[in-house]
Ligand binder design. Structure first.
Ligand SMILES: *Cc1c(COP(=O)(O)O)cnc(C)c1O
Length: 373
């Protein structure tokens, strides 16, 4: 066999993640690896925590990146907060709410599911009803930006309702962090997880999380051990916790953390409000442009995400062929519909570094050409 160095093609990543990586981040990733207990590395960890607090808009002490993809952040929140036998209200309006339900069951919790149609937001009154009917439930879980459909939910209101019923909240912000208004402290969210490959424009493989004091108290007072060794916060915080001795827990993904630091620095330089505003503006432009070529967004405007737009596939179009041609002829990746929406929509991502006018024009031109043939 004649193996050679791998050279990936250069793509315009306009799917549901990963998004394109800023060259500054790629450069940071290639810097020399140092030890994960090197004092200079500990300094970097402290800065990452500070920058993550800014991105999440929180003062939570327990704010750090889990060394694994977004799904592990999800699992970290759920396995730490849920004890076997506990009822958990979980809102499902797409794939990721469904994944939360699956994990709740696997950690011995009893999910109470609040279903909403795919492509719509989580309904606050439905959540309220479920919480009223299940007063023993002390945790409510929901997704901010449902990447599988392109729907945005009103997390601020959902959290208010949950608090009124004495529930802690677990919130998926994988696609919203850096792309949609998100205020962890102001909205009093308790356990929040995200990912790096969506609006932060980092490679995948890290999951920023943040926990309120209330959440940490619940975890500290557990009657049972967290069933996952790797994700047990009581242990992880020996490495990431503030004022801790930074003792070995697992070997941190050092170069990935260089990348995350640079991506968070870029977000800080832009300003979080400006980043939200850029995503909102570009989402609107994209929707206006596709209307001009006869396409329409699947989700109605009030419930629509700006960084991930589901586009209804016209009747005459070959859904898969258009995606293949976009990739092969134009180097543009867009996403397919999932589950109930498979074959019915394309999912177009305008996340982080990808969210700019050039990419919008590129994608709309390519779609218009492919749909004309
Ligand atoms: C991408 C995504 C996840 C999962 O993240 P991975 O890094 O793929 O594990 C979870 N929730 C939402 C809303 C996502 O978009």
């Amino acid at each position: 066999m004649n193996f050679q160095t791998y050279n990936p093609p250069e793509r315009v990543l306009m799917g549901p993640g990963p998004s394109n990586i800023n060259p500054r981040v790629l450069n940071a990733l290639s810097k020399p690896t140092i030890g994960h207990l090197d004092p200079r590395f500990i300094d970097l960890m402290d800065e990452i925590k500070q920058l993550l607090k800014y991105a999440f808009q929180t003062e939570n002490d327990v704010t750090f990146p889990v060394s694994a993809p977004g799904s592990t952040g999800m699992e970290t929140c759920l396995v730490n907060l849920i004890e076997p036998g506990e009822k958990v209200v979980v809102c499902v309006n797409g794939v990721f709410g469904g994944r939360m339900k699956e994990i709740i069951e696997r950690c011995g919790g009893i999910p109470v599911v609040v279903n909403d149609d795919w492509g719509t937001s989580v309904g606050p009154s439905k959540l309220e009803e479920a919480l009223t009917e299940n007063p023993v439930a002390k945790i409510a879980a929901f997704v901010h930006a449902e990447t599988s459909t392109g729907a945005l939910s009103d997390v601020k209101t959902l959290a208010e309702i949950s608090r009124k019923h004495d529930c802690l909240t677990i919130v998926d912000t994988v696609t919203s962090l850096g792309g949609s208004e998100l205020k962890v402290d102001e909205w009093e969210l308790d356990a929040v997880y995200s990912g790096t490959q969506k609006c932060l424009s980092c490679p995948p493989g890290l999951s920023p999380v943040t926990f309120s004091e209330k959440a940490i108290n619940k975890i500290k007072n557990r009657k049972t051990k967290v069933q996952s060794w790797f994700m047990d916060l009581n242990l992880v915080l020996g490495y990431w916790g503030s004022g801790s001795k930074r003792s070995y827990h697992h070997t941190a993904p050092i170069n990935s953390l260089y990348g995350l630091h640079e991506a968070l620095l870029i977000l800080h330089e832009e300003g979080i409000e400006n980043a939200w505003q850029r995503h909102t503006a570009n989402g609107k432009i994209f929707c206006n442009e596709i209307k001009k070529i006869g396409l329409s967004p699947f989700v109605k405007e009030e419930e629509r995400l700006s960084q991930l737009i589901s586009v209804t596939v016209p009747k005459h179009a070959d859904e898969a062929l258009v995606r293949t041609n976009l990739l092969e002829k134009y180097n543009i990746e867009i996403g397919a519909g999932l589950g109930a929406l498979a074959g019915k929509v394309w999912r177009v991502g305008l996340m982080g570094h990808t969210s700019n006018i050039n990419n919008i024009n590129l994608c709309v031109d390519a779609l218009s050409k492919e749909l004309a043939v």
